[in-house]
Unconditional design. Sequence first.
Length: 282
Amino acid sequence: MKLRKVTAASAAVLALALTATACGGGSDKDSGSSSSGGGGDKIKIGIKYDQPGLGLKTPNGSFTGFDVDVATYVAKELGYEADQIEWVETKSADRENALARGDVKFIVATYSITDERKEKVDFAGPYLLAHQDLLVKKGSDISEATDLNDKKLCSVTGSTSAQNVKKDFAPKAQLREYPGYSECIAGLQSGAVDALTTDDSILAGYASQDKFKGQFKLAGLKLSNENYGIGVKKGDSETVNKINEALEKMVSDKSWQKAVDDNFGPAEYKNEPAPKVGELVQ
């Protein structure tokens, strides 16, 4: 009788454990990771979908760009193959929330490291040093920010880039604000504007598109320093350390420079050397 009681109790415990396992089978091991239908793990990575040369979703559903190449390399070093990556669009305004909610494991999306952002998320990197610059037509006489006085300057609505140029360098510049960079590029192509300003990496990505090759050039100015980092959920120092190790390896084995050349080369983008992990250029 006593033996039957123990057996029954054991069976109850086993049933409870099986029930808990069944209920928890779809839960993530950690934020941004999920169980795939093929039996392996997947990792969710935040990128931009609309930035040529950096993070772009193509018409056939594939993803290209420097940020995509960096993220793919890092994911491989973390143990994930390319087909285990689930790309998640993370717009600028939602990056901190996406990490806090656990929607993604990390974000590679022209994410400049700032003191304000570091209060909400942790950063690995930096992995690229960009600068605010100007994009102009080849043959343009604009070579300095001060040349923009009495010229038409374009940037996207709500951006601080054009405002900074107008405030600090060219108070007489005629500011044109369009909804997106594509509209600014079209305006530059048609002559409706004389220059477009934002980070040089973004400008190079747009200018490298096949339909624009040979039409534009970067002025080569360094109006600001933008240290691009990989955003990670606040407090996840283990992931930050692993990503930093991956970035160091990417530089040392020349994969980083290849990604720069592949994505920005057609725009004659004179990139800075790969930044040292943990060191920000002010």
